[in-house]
Structures are given as C-alpha cells and as structure tokens.
Ligand binder design. Sequence first.
Ligand SMILES: *[C@@H]1O[C@H](CO)[C@@H](O)[C@H](O)[C@H]1NC(C)=O
Ligand SMILES: *[C@@H]1O[C@H](CO)[C@@H](O)[C@H](O)[C@H]1NC(C)=O
Ligand SMILES: *[C@@H]1O[C@H](CO)[C@@H](O)[C@H](O)[C@H]1NC(C)=O
Ligand SMILES: *[C@@H]1O[C@H](CO)[C@@H](O)[C@H](O)[C@H]1NC(C)=O
Ligand SMILES: *[C@@H]1O[C@H](CO)[C@@H](O)[C@H](O)[C@H]1NC(C)=O
Ligand SMILES: *[C@@H]1O[C@H](CO)[C@@H](O)[C@H](O)[C@H]1NC(C)=O
Ligand SMILES: CC(=O)N[C@H]1CO[C@H](CO)[C@@H](O)[C@@H]1O
Length: 405
Amino acid sequence: MRSAVLSLPLLAVGAAAQAENLYTATATSAVYAAQATAKTLSNTSNVKGKAFDRFVVIWLENTDYDMAYGDENLNWLAQKGITLSGYHAVTHPSQPNYVAAIGGDYFGMQNDDFLQITQNVSTVIDLLEDKGISWAEYQEDMPFSGFAGKEWLNQQNGKNDYVRKHNPAVNYNSAAGQIDRLASMKNLTMFYDDLKNDALPQWMFITPNMTSDAHDSDIQTAGTWTRTFLEPLLDDKKFMKNTLVLITFDENDTYQVQNRILGILLGDAVPQELVGTTDGNFYNHYSEISTVEANWDLHTLGRFDVGANVFQVVADRTGDQIRAWSGDVELSNRYFNYSYAGVFNTDGGNGRYPAPNLGGGETHNRTVLPSIQELWSGSTAPVYYTPELEIPDGLQPPSGYEPVQ
Ligand SMILES: *[C@@H]1O[C@H](CO)[C@@H](O)[C@H](O)[C@H]1NC(C)=O
Ligand SMILES: *[C@@H]1O[C@H](CO)[C@@H](O)[C@H](O)[C@H]1NC(C)=O
Ligand SMILES: *[C@@H]1O[C@H](CO)[C@@H](O)[C@H](O)[C@H]1NC(C)=O
Ligand SMILES: *[C@@H]1O[C@H](CO)[C@@H](O)[C@H](O)[C@H]1NC(C)=O
Ligand SMILES: *[C@@H]1O[C@H](CO)[C@@H](O)[C@H](O)[C@H]1NC(C)=O
Ligand SMILES: *[C@@H]1O[C@H](CO)[C@@H](O)[C@H](O)[C@H]1NC(C)=O
Ligand SMILES: CC(=O)N[C@H]1CO[C@H](CO)[C@@H](O)[C@@H]1O
C-alpha cells in the first residue's frame, strides 16, 4: 500500500525531468526544427462559473498607475468596464510578478534569470484541470507552442520579441514538465486560429511582445496595441461568452514609490450597472487566482491565493468577503518593491521552498487541492502563508525569510 502511494509522485517527477528541458534551445536552427514538429493543443470546455464562464488576462509592462490611466486608449477601455484603483504588484522586477500570478508566491525571486520552479509546486493550471476547465497561454511572437528558451528575437530587425520572463507557466516545472501543458503555451497566431475555430479555452493569459506591452516602448504603444486587439473582440460572439477580461501590468515603474498598478475589468460578464465605475478595494496578483477559485469553486494552492481578495464584481456572486488592509504597517507605508528571501534570491537568506498551508482559509470554504495535500502532508518545511489579506515583502519579510542585504 505505502509504496504504491509513494510511487505516483515519484513517477511524475521522473517523466517531467525531460519535458521542461526539451524546448529550451534558442539557436535559430534548433527553433525552426522544433517549430516544425512541436505539439499544439486546443482544449475547450464549458464549465459554468458563478460570475463568468471565461477569464482572459492581459499583462502590460512597467507603468505607473497615473501614466496608464492617463493613456487615451486604456482610458477608453476603462470606460467600457470597471477600473481597479487599488491593485498592487507584489515585488520587482518582472518575472517574480508573473510567477506569483499563477503560483501564489514568488519564492524569493528578485531577478529575470532563466529559472525553473521545482515540480512539486503547483499552479492555477492544476486547479483548473482538476475541474475540467480548459486553459492556454497566448504569448505574442513565441516561435512555437511550448518553446521554453530564454528569448526569441524578431528575425527581421533583431529586436526583443518573446521573453520567457513574461511567460508565467513555463517557469513552473509542474507545467513545463508535461508535453500537453507545453502544447497549451501558444503564440498569438494560435489565438486567432483558435478564435476562428471557436476553440478558445475558458482561462487564458495573454502576453504581448516586448514592444506591444510597453517594455521596450511606451504606454501609448501598449495602449494602442491593447485597444486594437480588444476592440473587435468586444462584439465577437466567439470571444464574448460570459467573458471577464482583466488588463493589468506586472509592476509600477518607479521603485521608490508604492507598487500600485492599473487594473481594468471588462467584457460581457460585467453587469451593465457597473460599467464606468471604479472599485478601490485592495487587490494584488494573487487576486487573479482567488477570483478564479471563487468563480468555479476550485480548490486552492494553500499559498497567498487563499488570503487574497476576490474581485468585487465576482465576490458579489460568490459571497466572498472583501477585506480592507489592516496590517500593523499601514498600506500607505507598504511598498512591495523588494523581494523577501527564498529559493531564487541570489542575495542569500533562507533558501527553502515553504510548504503550502494545508489548513485552508477562514474567509471561505475552499480547501487545498487533494494532490497538493498528498504531496506536502509529511513535509517539515516552514509554512508562512496565512488566510490573511496582508502579505509580506522584502521590507516586511515572513519570519525566517529576511533577505541578506
Ligand atoms: C506559432 O506557433 C505555431 C505552433 O507551434 C507555429 O506553427 C507558428 O509558426 C508560430 N507562429 C509564429 C508567427 O511564430
Ligand atoms: C510586436 O508585435 C507587433 C504587432 O502586435 C509587430 O508589429 C512587431 O513587429 C512585433 N515585434 C517588434 C519587435 O516590434
Ligand atoms: C485537455 O483535455 C483533456 C481531456 O479533457 C484533459 O484530460 C487534459 O488534462 C487537458 N489538458 C490540458 C493541458 O488542458
Ligand atoms: C522601496 O521603497 C522605499 C520607500 O520609498 C525605499 O526606501 C526603498 O529604497 C525602495 N527599495 C528598493 C529596492 O527600491
Ligand atoms: C462555510 O460552510 C458552512 C457550512 O456549510 C456555512 O455555514 C458557512 O456559511 C460557509 N462560509 C462561507 C464563508 O461561505
Ligand atoms: C519539493 O521539492 C524541493 C526541491 O526539490 C524539495 O526540497 C522538497 O523537499 C520537496 N517537498 C516535498 C514535500 O516533496
Ligand atoms: C500608489 C502609488 O504611489 N503609485 C505610484 C506609481 O508611480 C507613479 C509615478 O511615480 C506615482 O504617481 C503613483 O502614485
């Protein structure tokens, strides 16, 4: 009995050791060879949610709240939906924010290096698949589905195009370690194929290229890109199927001020009476996970997803309590501009993966995914996740994870 139970995760780890490294080569010849043979998957499903049936996340880059809100085209989009004025990133620079948005932590990460998060750390992808909810990533100018290399340059002009650091799922070996999951990390060409074929999934994460997302350009370029992309979709019945779209940013641009960023919710899942309104509640990237959990009654990861506020427009339907920030340190004195210690922190400090909090949350009745419970129940690793809204950062680190200066 005992060995049979243990062998399952071990087998999974063994099989995964290959897939996550299969498509990491960046040489042009290797990329074109893989492009010709790599698998692409277009899973679909129709699982009803309490507030929406499809969730579309679009991330832009490095822009302070006021600059983003002041952009003509983003402002046009904001008027079509709900402006989130209390949305915060979790640290700097880019990569840990992307990682946090699907895995519920950034594990001390404070750089954009090529990193692989160990197989036993789960993400929202595990929660979605557990309930049969289809998902995909659409990364503009990724050369083929499942490409896991650090970057892919524009072949005409040599400029930055696709970068691994802006692809949340590929950083997790629990996702990149499975061929079918790699096959669901696609480019924007595949988005248009899937749209035409009415084969878009129910959860998707869209990353424009390094020019389109403002990283190598400016907010006007990103605002124009976003409106050009979304405006035709607003009336497209193959896209709008009780759909909630979130447009946000990875991080604020100015490290010395609070890491507050613009969030916009729109789509046909937004009730008419809320169009043109502002929601000032405290949210962060972990709200992207908790909102999806609440909507589809998913299990949780047992990490910072558990305490995160669910977007009000969704919480109105699910009964989740929205909480106000009430930490020892006032929100106005919290910067989220610096990472606490952890596995990926190159400045040192505690290098252990924390275990998920298997105890569940006080504010709702969702429980940790059974496969996560099974994997981590015997772990002696420290646990720093609580069901509270107040999360740590480098200046207020979890106990035992003080970064080394
Ligand atoms: C997008 O991905 C598909 C599937 O792997 C690939 O065939 C296609 O060439 C890619 N498109 C671009 C523009 O790179
Ligand atoms: C980025 O995407 C845009 C269209 O969305 C395209 O015009 C541009 O060539 C792409 N790459 C670069 C480096 O600008
Ligand atoms: C795709 O769908 C199949 C069948 O429903 C499911 O078993 C599998 O987990 C899905 N895979 C992905 C990557 O969504
Ligand atoms: C974070 O912001 C605080 C307050 O402005 C500042 O003192 C600190 O230097 C910032 N940290 C980093 C790493 O930018
Ligand atoms: C959790 O479940 C219990 C029992 O079903 C119920 O009484 C309680 O209201 C639920 N709490 C929340 C926050 O949904
Ligand atoms: C998860 O993986 C890490 C890194 O390989 C390892 O240190 C840790 O013991 C593992 N935890 C469990 C519960 O398997
Ligand atoms: C909340 C907050 O302070 N956000 C800031 C992000 O950076 C810009 C530019 O410095 C500030 O204007 C915002 O107020």
